[in-house]
Design a protein. Sequence first.
Lengths: 102, 483
Amino acid sequence: MTLALAVHHGMEITAAERSPASVSTWKTFDRQQECIYHAIRTDLPKGASIYIDPNGGYAAQILAELSTLWAVPQPAPTSAGWKISEVPGIACSGVSLKVSRT
Amino acid sequence: MIRALVVLIVGLALPGALPALAVVRRSPVIIFLAPFIGATMAAVAAELELGTNGSLVMWYVIIAVATNMAVAAWWLVTRSSLGRDDPPWTWFTFTAVVMLGAMIVPLTGLRAPMLGYDVSAIWLPHTLMVSGGHQAMLSGLQNVTTANPDYPPLVPAAGALAFAFFGRGDLYIAELITVLLNACALGIVGMGIAAVGSKGSLRLRLIAIVVAGTMCMVGFAVAGDYAVDGYTDLLWSAAALGAVIWGLVLPRSNRAFITAWICVAVASLTKNEGLTAALIVLVLITLRYRPLALVRFRRSTRHPENRDNTDVRTSMTIRGWAERAAFILVPALPGLAWDGLAREVGLKNAFFGAPSTESPGARFGPAIDGITSHLLVLPIAVAVFVAGSALLRRDRELNALGHAAWLWMACLLYLSALLATYLFGSLEIHWWLRNSVDRTTIFPQIALYTDLSIWLVIGLGTTSRGDAAPGISRTRPGSPGRA
C-alpha cells in the first residue's frame, strides 16, 4: 500500500511536469537561454572580464552559466571591463541582454 | 533525447561494457552498470585533466583503452567464461524490459525541458569548464564567483563528453545525461531487488521483478522534479543505495561485491554528501565481508596449533586489517583523490567556511524538524522492520541475505553525518534547510522504501514456499523440508 501510494504520488508529479502550461513555460525558458547564450558571444569579445550583479538572483546565475568559457566573471565591478544583466525586452522571447562598459 | 541516448550508449556504456561483463557476466544489471563504469572513467579523466594537463577526451580515451585492455588480458589469462548459472536470455530480456518500462512514465516528464537552479548555477558551468580543457577548468573553478567549485566531477565529466560528441550549441544535452544516469542508478537498485527473488520459483521471480519495477518508480517519485531537471542528488543517493543492496543485502559474492564498489565510486564522485555516504557504506560492506571476529575465528578453528604463536597471530591480524583498509580505500580512492586535489588547487568549500553565528544547540531543533519532515515513511518502515525481523528473519538467513540491520545502519549513520553537517556548517540554518533538506534526505527515504520492497519480496516468497524451486523458503537447499 505504501509503495502504491508513492507510485501514485510520482504519477501526479509527472502529470504536472508534462502539463501544457509547464511544457510551454520551460520551452520559452529554453529559447531565452539559447538566445542569451548567443548574444553573449556576439556582444562581448572573447575573454572579456565581466561583472554580473549578484542581486540579479536566478537571472544572474543564468548569465554566469551562459558566459562560461567565453567571458571571465569578476567579483567586483572595479576589476571588470563590462557589466552585463538580463532585462525585459523582445530580443530573446521576453528578455534581452544588456551590456555596458564599467 | 536521441542524442543523449547516443552519448549514454556509445560514449559511456560501450567503453564500460567489457569491464561490466567481466564483473556481472550475463546478469541484466549489466545494462545499467556499463554506463556507470563509463561515467566513473570519465570522472577520473576529469581529475587527471585538472591535476595534470590535457583534455577530458584525451584522458578518457587513455583510461577506457587501458581498462578494457586490462580486463581483456585478465580474461585471457584466467580463461574465464560466462557463468552457466546466469539467467537465460529470455529472463534477461524480460527483466530488462520490465525495468526499462517502469522508467518510461517518470521520464515523460522530460517533455518539459526543466532546468533546476543548481544546474544553471553549478552543474552546467562546471560541465563547460571541464569541456574547455585543463586551463579553462582550473581557472574557472578557481574563480571566486564560481559556485561550489569543489563538487566532484562525475556529472560535469559525463556532460562534457556529450559536448565532445555534439558540440556546445545545446547545453540541455548535459542535463539529459544526468537524468539518464539517474535512471541507471535506480535501475541498479531495481535489479538488486529483482535479484532477491532470482533463485526462487517462477512466481517469486515474477513478484520480485514487479516489486523492483515499482521501486524504480518510487525512486523517481521521492526525488520528484529533481529526478528530471538535472539535479544530481538522486544519482548519488540511488548509487549509494545500489551499493547497500548489492553489498549489504544480497548474498555475498564477488559479483555483488564489485558491483557495490562501482556504485560506491559513482556516489563518491557525484557530490560531497555522496562521498560521505559512500565511505559509510564501504565501512559496513567491509565489516560484512571481513568481520572483525574473522581473524580470531580462523585462528581458533583452522590453526589451533597457532594459538600461542604470537608472530602468526600478529601476521594474521595485520593481514586482516590490511584487507579491510584496502576494501575501503580502493573504491573510495577516486572520490578521495578529488577531495585532495580540490584542496590542493584551492577550491573553496561553501559549507564550512566562516564559522556560523548560530550555535549548534540553536541549529539542532530546526535541523531535526527539517530532516524528520521528509522521513514520513519512517514509522511504517520501522513497523515492517520489526515485524519482518520477528517473523521472516529465518527466511532471510536461509537465503544468505544480509541482516536488515545493515541497511538501517547505513541510513542512521548517514543521517547522523547529515545532522552534524547542518549543526556545524556555516550557512544560516533555516535558509540552508529550505534549500537542501528535501534533496539530502532522498537517500534515507529511498533506502527505507527499498527495505519495505525487500521484506515484501521475502514475505511473498514465504507464502509461495510450497513451490518446488529453491529460493525464499524455510528449507535449506539440499536438506529435507519440514512437515
